[in-house]
Design a protein around this ligand. Structure first.
Ligand code: SAH
Length: 216
């Protein structure tokens, strides 16, 4: 096989795995085919970028498992005019996937270094509708709120109040909740005209949502 044939086969296997784990939305699959996960993983783990598993990134964090990225994105039901907030930039991979479906994406991480690295990648990949910000995402982004969609990629015990209040009526938030280091539940919250509707999607395992800015 030539290198380009090998790459095509790797990509096909990557998409097959994601699909077999329940990611069926055509638009989501199309973006996941286009955004190369290999760009977001560095060093010794780079060669495993096309396997359906979480991998370590810098600052002791992780890039999520691609099928979970797909399932969470699908659960958000993003429309082309939506403004999305992501809490937990990490490698930037999830934000890149969101950017292919939404009008604008704000992504926040408590590590300056992760935000800087992700910004470099967004620039190189021409993903110009993403704004990456260093901050404590559990308070959301009051200046940019409200949001049509919110995704949290770190686990809190409960949905953070500021995020609930920054969700538009009719808006959707997807997040893992539960004690850190145990199995958490991925939940979908819909903001109704009066109140919220909660739905449990599946069990997941994420790094914890930590308060305050990191020192790196
Ligand atoms: N979505 C990422 C994976 C995120 S890992 C990707 O696609 O690669 C979880 C991230 O949440 C980590 O980078 C961690 O630093 C960040 N995080 C944890 N608590 C946070 C908080 N309070 N505010 C912002 N980011 C937070």
């Amino acid at each position: 096989m030539t290198p380009s044939e090998e790459e095509a086969e790797r990509k096909m296997r990557f998409l097959f795995q994601i699909r077999s784990r329940g990611v069926t939305d055509a638009a989501v699959l199309k973006v996941m085919e286009r955004i190369d996960r290999g760009r977001f993983v560095r060093g010794i783990f780079a060669e495993r970028a096309y396997e359906d598993m979480p991998l370590p990134i810098s600052c002791g964090q992780t890039i999520s498992q691609p099928s979970i990225v797909g399932l969470m994105t699908q659960a958000l039901e993003i429309g082309p005019r939506d403004t999305v907030l992501e809490v937990g930039t990490g490698s930037g991979y999830q934000a890149a996937i969101l950017s292919g479906l939404a009008r604008r994406v704000y992504t926040v991480d408590r590590y300056k270094q992760l935000v800087r690295d992700a910004e470099d990648l967004f620039r190189e990949m021409d993903l110009s509708n993403i704004v990456a910000i260093t901050g404590d995402g559990s308070f959301g982004l009051p200046d940019q709120a409200p949001f049509d969609r919110i995704i949290v990629t770190a686990a809190a015990e409960d949905p953070p109040g500021p995020l609930l209040s920054q969700l538009k009526p009719g808006g959707i938030m997807v997040l893992p909740v539960g004690q850190s280091d145990t199995v958490q539940s991925l939940i979908r919250v819909r903001r109704l005209e009066t109140g919220f509707d909660y739905e449990e999607l599946r069990s997941v395992r994420f790094v914890p949502l930590v308060e305050g800015l990191a020192n790196e």
